[in-house]
Design a protein around this ligand. Sequence first.
Ligand SMILES: NC(=O)c1ccc[n+]([C@@H]2O[C@H](COP(=O)([O-])OP(=O)(O)OC[C@H]3O[C@@H](n4cnc5c(N)ncnc54)[C@H](O)[C@@H]3O)[C@@H](O)[C@H]2O)c1
Length: 323
Amino acid sequence: MRVMVTGGAGYIGAHASLLLAERGDHVVILDDLSTGSAARVANVPLVQVDLAGDSARQVVAQTLREHKVDAVMHFAARKQVMESVRLPAWYYQQNVGALANLLLGMEDAGVKRLVFSSSAAVYGDANGAVSERDDARPVNPYGETKLVGERLIASAASAWGLGAVSLRYFNVGGAGRPDLGDSAALNLIPIVFDRLAAGDPPLIFGDDYPTPDGTCIRDYVHVMDVAEAHLAVLDSLTSSTGHLSLNIGTGTGTSVREMIRALSSAAGSDVIPVVNARRSGDPASVVAAVDDIHRLTGWSAKRSLTDIVGSAWESRHNSIALN
Ligand SMILES: NC(=O)c1ccc[n+]([C@@H]2O[C@H](COP(=O)([O-])OP(=O)(O)OC[C@H]3O[C@@H](n4cnc5c(N)ncnc54)[C@H](O)[C@@H]3O)[C@@H](O)[C@H]2O)c1
């Protein structure tokens, strides 16, 4: 297959690009390198372009034609929730505007297969095991841009026969190789490692939730499992039109306290975490229902929490050694 990967120089997109290349698919990456790094995907052709910019539609169409692309994986986006609260219009421009340009370019070039990086953020304050049939009510502009993106894709599917799947990732972690880790400290894993490295105790926000150990529960999925899900979904898209949303998680929750224990053990630290008051807007438990993707593609997550934490720790050391 011949695949264009937007955001392929980023954390998750690089894992998917390398898996595609490894199995012999032709890959071309479109990325503005704003948060990505060309070094992650040194042997893959890369076109540097801002997908939200004026030339994007034309560059997309031209790249799709030149590389005779069959399908697109669209990872490129801004992903910081707090930043999206401060800069909502910019988030819509970057995430929704870029997607609109991409779809225009795909329509121009007649490319009709798309896998889109959505997010569990579309579910907002959902609690418990979340299914694709539950209400999607995002609670911040980042989540809104993902839901609007899904709707735009669904409309394009009705209008001109696009076949697309939006993948709603839960909490992605780990690395497939030490040099491919996530360089942004935006979730519990790098935040705890940063505190341990600074000699500070990890923080728990609330230990009085209705969960077994009182701390919040989330669904952590290994980035290699996420990348493999993309390939499974891409392969199953070959003859379908229309739009579908699928969760990407393990279906199993890990509490903040369990996660901090695993991270501290990887880091060889026995610092006791400090419990602070709850933060507003943190649901007690959010875990993916993953029956749909398994039924439709056969995919399910294979890697354990130990794999996630161990590979995240190794990649952190790799990035420190490089700096
Ligand atoms: N990491 C997670 O836990 C997580 C969870 C849910 C959803 N997602 C989604 O997955 C996708 C990939 O996330 P990631 O963690 O790899 O992030 P990342 O920041 O590492 O990768 C994003 C890539 O897109 C590129 N990019 C951003 N804006 C662009 C633009 N306007 N034009 C061209 N390139 C642009 C960046 O340079 C980067 O290489 C994003 O859409 C994100 O919203 C991530």
